[in-house]
Design a binder for this molecule. Structure first.
Ligand code: SAM
Length: 493
């Protein structure tokens, strides 16, 4: 890759989104879970490699004003955008460098957290090697790095689609033409080859679905990018161990746990000595396609035995909602089913369990400390003995967290969850909503907004009441729209 206009990220910048799982508070949380005492994320030095237009670290710099952030990317055009965004927000705690990671200045120092999301698979082997060396040299003591990559065996299945699209789209010049023609080709194949075998059709349908949900830059820089290298977990682990690093875990806990397998299969892994061996087999079973590996220095003291009582050390959030829209009787124990789209769901058998999940569901994904959760659930179910509610949380909390239906956090997020009389939106969201559909929340997640939502959000600076927002934005019904923005984590006042 070069710095001239042949750099594909200068020609068509990557849509730069915010990912909460890359945030230093999340890395800190996973480190604590596995027995580390990682550096305080609120005052940490954080480096992002391949930071694109700053869509990830600028919202983080806003959220953690005492931490210092450095973003590095080879693309001048993207770094110019990142700098402009930080300048618009007058952020003093973030710097950007338009450089190859192989050319970082010697005096850049070390970092408590290093993020290389969407990087390793998209660079050639010399830069991959530079990444592993850089992590070994630039990760400070007790620090945690994140490296994500396209993974095998899952990517094997997608390869024929990538190969066919690369071949087909080579004859088109502009990124817009390539994106349009790629989808058109897949749609054509689906329509014109009705007799093709069903597994092939399923593969095409799945990739088309992915394109439709994602921004066009995903298609350009994943399937159509010249560099797209895929690795087995064991290959990435061998590389990081060779430079004196060690595997901590995955940023997404369910990718690590055998209890997410059928009982008999899980049993067969109970003796795996090295967690990475177990996880490699999990990848074979799940046909894993992407991984977000966390990395520490070799010799870092870790404790992987997850005592259930430790759930009380964390802030907790969940997307689970009661399945049935009927009032729940919390005066007695009964089965209450909870569900979340894309998850297996959970049925609370005891009233304390139902109360805990109800408190979480009313917060719509906003983290709450375990102690406050216990107190609020006890009050809701009118249970005087808080100890029994705490025991219920200890009983179900860790299994739910390892299955992904409960998430662990370091602290409460700044969004209020309610709509005030003069709403205030998260500042990076207000700025970015003017130009893009995928907008960062105060929880550091990314949510796709429609045009009315974007217009209203960009006006939520605390000076306008609902009538003014309605009048000036021309949005059809500002009340439900603001409620949606509050629910998704955009409103901080
Ligand atoms: C697939 S994009 C991912 C961007 C972002 N991290 C994300 O996940 O949204 C890869 C990024 O790496 C940058 N890049 C490629 N080679 C690089 C190098 N040698 N040094 C620094 N950045 C590089 C590209 O310009 C691009 O912005």
């Amino acid at each position: 890759m070069t710095t001239d206009s042949s750099n594909p990220y200068d020609v068509a910048p990557y849509q730069s989104y915010c990912y909460e799982f890359t945030s230093p508070d999340h890395l800190h949380t996973i480190g604590r879970l596995f027995g580390m005492r990682p550096p305080d994320y609120r005052s940490a030095r954080v480096l992002e490699l391949g930071c694109a237009s700053g869509g990830n670290i600028v919202p983080m710099a806003e959220r953690f004003p005492k931490a210092r952030f450095v973003g590095v990317d080879l693309s001048d055009r993207q770094i110019a955008r990142a700098k402009a965004l930080a300048a618009t927000l007058a952020l003093k705690n973030v710097d950007f460098h338009a450089l190859s990671i192989a050319d970082l200045p010697e005096d850049i120092g070390t970092f408590d957290y290093i993020i290389a999301h969407g990087f390793l698979s998209w660079v050639e082997p010399d830069i991959q090697a530079a990444l592993w060396t850089l992590l070994a040299r630039r990760l400070g003591p007790g620090g945690i790095a994140l490296v994500s990559y396209n993974t095998l065996p899952g990517w094997h299945a997608a390869r024929p689609v990538r190969d066919m699209l690369l071949y087909h789209c080579a004859r088109f010049d502009s990124p817009a033409d390539k994106v349009r023609e790629a989808s058109a080709l897949l749609e054509f194949i689906l329509a014109a080859a009705p007799q093709a075998d069903e597994s092939y059709r399923q593969l095409i349908r799945r990739e088309l679905d992915l394109f439709r949900k994602a921004d066009p830059s995903y298609l350009l820089h994943d399937h159509l990018e010249a560099a797209n290298h895929q690795f087995y977990l064991h290959e990435a682990v061998a590389k990081l161990r060779a430079v004196g690093l060690e595997y901590l875990g995955d940023a997404h806990l369910p990718r690590m746990y055998r209890m997410n397998l059928p009982a008999k299969t899980a049993q067969s892994f109970s003796n795996a000595a090295d967690v990475t061996v177990l996880e490699q087999y999990l990848d074979f079973l799940n046909n894993q396609r992407f991984r977000i590996s966390l990395v520490v220095h070799k010799g870092t003291e870790l404790n992987r035995s997850l005592d259930r009582a430790r759930i009380r050390e964390f802030h907790l959030a969940s997307r689970l909602q009661p399945r049935d829209r009927v009032p729940i009787d919390l005066a007695r124990d009964q089965a209450v089913p909870f569900e979340a789209p894309g998850w297996p769901g959970f049925t609370a058998q005891r009233r304390a369990a139902a109360a805990l999940l109800l408190v979480l569901s009313e917060r719509n994904g906003r983290p709450i400390s375990a102690e406050r959760l216990i107190a609020e659930a006890a009050a809701l179910a009118k249970i005087r003995d808080h100890k029994s509610v705490a025991e219920t949380l200890i009983d179900m909390g860790m299994p739910l967290a390892l299955s992904g239906m409960l998430t662990l956090h370091a602290e409460e997020t700044p969004d209020t969850g309610v709509v005030s009389s003069r709403p205030v939106g998260f500042r990076p969201a207000r700025v970015l909503a003017r130009d893009q559909a995928f907008v960062p929340t105060a929880r550091l997640t990314t949510v796709r907004l429609d045009e009315s939502q974007r217009r209203v959000l960009s006006m939520c600076d605390g000076t306008r009441d609902h009538a003014a927002l309605q009048r000036e934005s021309g949005a059809p019904a500002v009340g439900p729209l603001l409620a949606g923005l509050a629910r998704d984590g955009f409103l901080i006042g």
